[in-house]
Structures are given as C-alpha cells and as structure tokens.
Design a protein around this ligand. Structure first.
Ligand code: SF4
Length: 292
C-alpha cells in the first residue's frame, strides 16, 4: 500500500517556534517513512524530554514520549521484545548526550538495530536556552549570561568511538538530504546515528540557519569519499578516516555519511547466536517497498 508523507502526520497542532529546525526534521522523517513504505503498526518512535520530545505526537505511528534521557533504553526494550519493529529514537542533544550519555554509549556497544535522530541545537530549548553538551567552550548564545564555561562534546566522534555502525550528520534545513540519510539509517541493520544540526532561532543566535548555509559542505562532494566498510580489513582505516572528518568544525562543517559498517552483527543476531532460541526465525525487517 502506497502512503504519502501526510498519511504519517497526526492532526495535532505543532507548537514549535516559527523558523525552528525541527520542522525540517519532521518533514524529512515523514517523507522517509512514506518512501520506505513502513507500516505504521510496525513502526515505533521513542522520544525523551525537550522540544524534540514532542515528535511522536506529530507522527502517525506507534509512539512513546518517555523520561528525560531514557529514550534509548526504552527503545532498546521495545526492539528486543519485538525485533520485527522498526524503531526510531528522536532526542535532543541535551537529552541524549547530557543525562542520557551513558545510554547513548551503550547502544553503540550493543549495536541494537535502531535509528537515533538527534536534534542538535546546542541549547536546552524547552527550558530557556541553557548550554547543552554540544555548545562549544567560550560561545555565548542569547540565553546565557556569560560565555559557555564547559567544553563541547562531539556527537559524531562519540558515536564512532562507541561503536555505532552507521554514523551521519545532516542539516535540518536540507530536508531532501536528511530524508535520504534517514532512509539509509533505517535500512541499516545495526545502531544508526544521525546528528542533525538544527537551528533554534529562539535561543541560539550563533549557530543559525544562515551560519550553517555558509559553513556546511557535503562529504559526497568528494568523489573519493567512501565511508562503507566492505571487508573487515577496512574497518580500522575507514573508522580513522571518519574520525578525522568528525574533528572538522568551523570554518567548514562536513555533513553526510561518515561511517557505514554493515558487517558487524546486530545485538539481536548476537542474542540469537548466544541463546539459539531468542527468535523463532532470524530477525526480519519490515518489507521496504520502495526507496533507494
Ligand atoms: Fe525550536 Fe528552539 Fe523553539 Fe525549541 S525553543 S521549538 S528548539 S526554536
């Protein structure tokens, strides 16, 4: 059955601020769900707390708006209880990398088959713009009385170090590119992470849509960039190349796929191999009817 992006939207009023990058993420997400032809009854979105946490209310699939920082463990339980579900986590940088940082790392180590989409606006938007873990040291956004006194946590680098097997970065305002990355991440069998640079016009007057338009470049502009691991002997060199790219920030910020390793067994496959009877049948993904 063919579905359009609007078939994946609930009728609820979206109450994000005008100009918020979350609108681009929501559009890319519903377009990706439609192009993948995912069955809403077999798709689950789990969120924590923050502006991004409202996403499950706006998408017509199964949804859980759970506790601050706990979206990943909740989603892990959902996935392991029913591996046929497509599970997507939507969380902010404060939610996933502040209180939820331990869970973020654990998901990479386990390589559970799910997708984490991080709305990265460098502030705690829901609580008036305090500095989040991704705001660089010394930067003063308009919600801060003084420049940020803490250092920046690099989400792409942390995901690579933790063991995520699909790692990408996107720009919320480039809906078409973000949609393509979401589709790739959902189709990947393992822990997938997308760091979405998401302008927050209400509290972040430094990393704005205009700033990103000037600084962001696509990794796939380089014909030699190839993030896919096709043989175990490539794992080290591909990860090192991805980590080097992940260190780039201002004045040029790369977006696209940093690392894609389909060779690592997912946690469900590890459980099946350890227990033998974890699943009656090998893990089966929803039939994806279309999309590249
Ligand atoms: Fe978006 Fe920022 Fe408003 Fe939250 S506070 S809805 S992140 S613009």
């Amino acid at each position: 059955m063919e579905r359009s992006p609007t078939d994946y939207r609930t009728g609820l009023w979206v109450d994000w601020c005008p100009g918020c990058g979350n609108y681009g993420i929501l559009a890319a997400l519903t377009q990706a769900l439609a192009e993948l032809g995912l069955d809403p009854a077999k798709t689950v979105i789990v969120s924590g707390i923050g502006c991004s946490g409202k996403t499950p209310h706006y998408v017509r699939v199964n949804g859980v708006h759970t506790l601050h920082g706990r979206a990943i463990p909740f989603a892990t339980g959902v996935k392991l209880a029913n591996p046929e579900l497509t599970v997507i986590v939507e969380g902010g940088d404060g939610d996933l990398l502040g209180i939820g940082a331990g869970h973020f790392v654990a998901l990479g180590r386990r390589n559970v088959d799910m997708t984490v989409i991080m709305h990265d606006n460098q502030v705690y938007g829901l609580t008036k713009g305090q500095a989040s873990p991704t705001l660089p040291y010394g930067v003063q956004t308009k919600g801060l009385a003084k420049p940020n006194i803490q250092g920046m946590l690099n989400p792409v680098l942390l995901a690579l170090a933790s063991g995520y097997t699909f790692v990408a970065r996107a720009l919320a305002t480039d809906v078409k590119h973000l949609k393509q990355l979401i589709k790739q991440a959902v189709k990947h069998r393992g822990a997938a992470f997308i760091d979405v640079l998401q302008p927050c016009p209400t509290y972040n007057n430094v990393y704005t849509a205009q700033f990103y338009r000037k600084t962001v470049y696509r990794l796939d502009e380089d014909p030699d960039w190839d993030p896919v691991v096709r043989d175990p002997s490539q794992e080290h060199s591909k990860k090192m190349a991805a980590m080097a790219k992940a260190h780039e920030w201002e004045p040029r910020i790369p977006v696209g796929v940093f690392y894609h390793n389909p060779l690592v067994p997912s946690f469900e496959e590890r459980l099946q191999s350890r227990l033998g009877n974890y699943l009656e049948e090998p893990p089966a993904r929803q039939t994806i009817v279309s999309g590249s």
